[in-house]
Design a protein around this ligand. Structure first.
Ligand code: NAP
Length: 306
C-alpha cells in the first residue's frame, strides 16, 4: 500500500526545516518527487551534493511548476516576496503552505498573492534546533512534536486534511489553531524565551569583570542552555520579533513585572515568595516531560539530536 500523500512537492528555501521535511518525507514515502530551490547557488550546490531533493532548481518558478504542494521554508520576512514571485506559475488545485514561526504576518503577506483555485494552508512545526542550513536537517526532527495548522477562512477542508496527513506521516502530532492565538502562544513558549536567552548571553558578554574565558570555562548548566538558544539563526529571529511585535511586547511586559517582583523578594529577603514561585515553575517542567515533549536526561535529550 502506498503512503504517498502528494505526487509532487516543492520546497522553497533549503534550510533546517526544509531539509528535515525532505528526509522525513523520504523516510515514509510521502511524496513522489520533491523539488527544491534556495536563493544562493552555494546552498543549491550543497543540496545537490548531499542529495537533498530529487531535483534542485535554479529558480523558484521552475521548482513550483507542476507541484501539488508548495511549502515556503524561508524566513518570515521573505514569505510575501517569494509568494509574489511564484504565484503566476502555480498549478490550479495546488496547495501552498509555509512553516513560518509567526502566522498572522505570514497570512497577511502571502494570502493576497494566492491565485484563484489555489489553496492556502499555513502551518508551523514546533520543532527545531539552533542549527541552520541545508546540512542541518534530519528525518526525526518532527517525531512526536506538534505541528500546528492555521487554515484561513474559506480554506478547503480537503486541502487541510491532506496537509495534516503529510505532517502525521512525518511523525508529528497535528492540531489546528487560529492565527492570533498561535502568535500569542508562541510568544510565551518560544519567542520571549529566545529574547531572554539572547539578553542573558549579551549581559555575560558585556560583563568585563568576568572574562570571556571564565564564561566559557565555568559555564554552568543554566548559562549553557541560554547559549544554545542564543546561537539560533539571527535572520530568522530578527524576523520573528519584527513580525510578532504585539504578542511579544505583551508577554515581555508581564515578564518584566514578574522579574521586578522577584527582584524585590531577593532585596527584602522574602524566601517564602521565592520558594513558592520556584515550586510552581518546577511543576511546569514535570508537565512537559509527562507530555513527552522533552526527556529527564541531564542533557535534556539533546544528544539524540544533531
Ligand atoms: P534556515 O536553515 O536559515 O534556512 C532558510 C532558507 O531560506 C535558506 O535556504 C535560505 O537560502 C532561504 N532564504 C533566506 N532568505 C531568503 C530570501 N530573502 N529569499 C529567498 N530565500 C531566502 O532556516 P530554517 O530554520 O529552516 O527556517 C525556515 C522557516 O522555518 C522560518 O520561517 C522559520 O521561522 C521557520 N521555523 C524555524 C524553526 C527553527 O527552529 N529553525 C522551527 C520552526 C519553524 P540561502 O541558504 O540560499 O541563503
Amino acid at each position: 500500500m502506498s503512503t504517498q500523500v502528494y505526487e509532487r512537492v516543492a520546497l522553497i528555501g533549503l534550510g533546517l526545516i526544509a531539509s528535515s521535511m525532505f528526509w522525513a518525507m523520504k523516510r515514509a514515502g510521502l511524496a513522489g518527487e520533491v523539488t527544491g530551490y534556495a536563493r544562493s547557488s552555494e546552498t543549491r550546490d550543497t543540496a545537490r551534493r548531499i542529495g537533498l531533493c530529487d531535483r534542485v532548481c535554479d529558480t523558484a518558478r521552475e521548482a513550483v511548476a507542476d507541484a501539488d504542494l508548495v511549502v515556503l521554508c524561508v524566513p518570515v520576512g521573505a514569505m510575501g516576496p517569494v509568494m509574489e514571485e511564484i504565484a503566476p506559475v502555480l498549478k490550479p488545485g495546488a496547495t501552498v503552505s509555509d512553516v513560518g514561526s509567526v502566522k498572522r504576518h505570514v497570512i497577511d503577506a502571502v494570502q493576497p498573492h494566492i491565485p484563484e483555485g489555489v489553496h492556502f494552508v499555513p502551518a508551523h512545526p514546533l520543532a527545531g534546533t539552533e542549527h541552520s542550513g541545508p546540512e542541518s536537517g534530519f528525518a526525526e526532527l518532527f517525531d512526536n512534536r506538534w505541528s500546528l495548522l492555521v487554515p484561513v477562512e474559506g480554506t478547503d477542508p480537503e486541502a487541510t486534511a491532506r496537509l495534516r496527513a503529510l505532517w502525521e506521516g512525518m511523525g508529528a502530532n497535528v492540531d489546528e489553531m487560529d492565527a492570533d492565538h498561535h502568535d500569542l502562544v508562541l510568544a510565551v513558549t518560544s519567542h520571549t524565551p529566545h529574547l531572554i536567552a539572547y539578553t542573558m548571553v549579551g549581559v555575560a558578554d558585556d560583563l568585563r569583570r568576568v572574562t570571556d574565558s571564565e564564561v566559557i570555562k565555568y559555564s554552568a548548566a543554566g548559562f549553557r542552555d541560554f547559549t544554545r538558544i542564543a546561537a539560533s539563526d539571527p535572520t530568522m529571529w530578527r524576523d520573528v520579533f519584527l513580525t510578532n511585535k504585539d504578542a511579544t511586547l505583551e508577554i515581555l511586559g508581564r515578564f518584566t513585572e514578574e522579574l521586578f517582583a522577584l527582584q524585590r523578594a531577593i532585596r527584602t529577603g522574602d524566601g517564602e515568595h521565592l520558594h513558592d514561585y520556584f515550586t510552581r515553575t518546577r511543576a511546569i517542567r514535570r508537565g512537559i516531560i509527562e507530555a513527552g515533549q522533552d526527556t529527564d536526561a541531564p542533557d535534556f535529550g539533546r544528544s539524540l539530536k544533531k
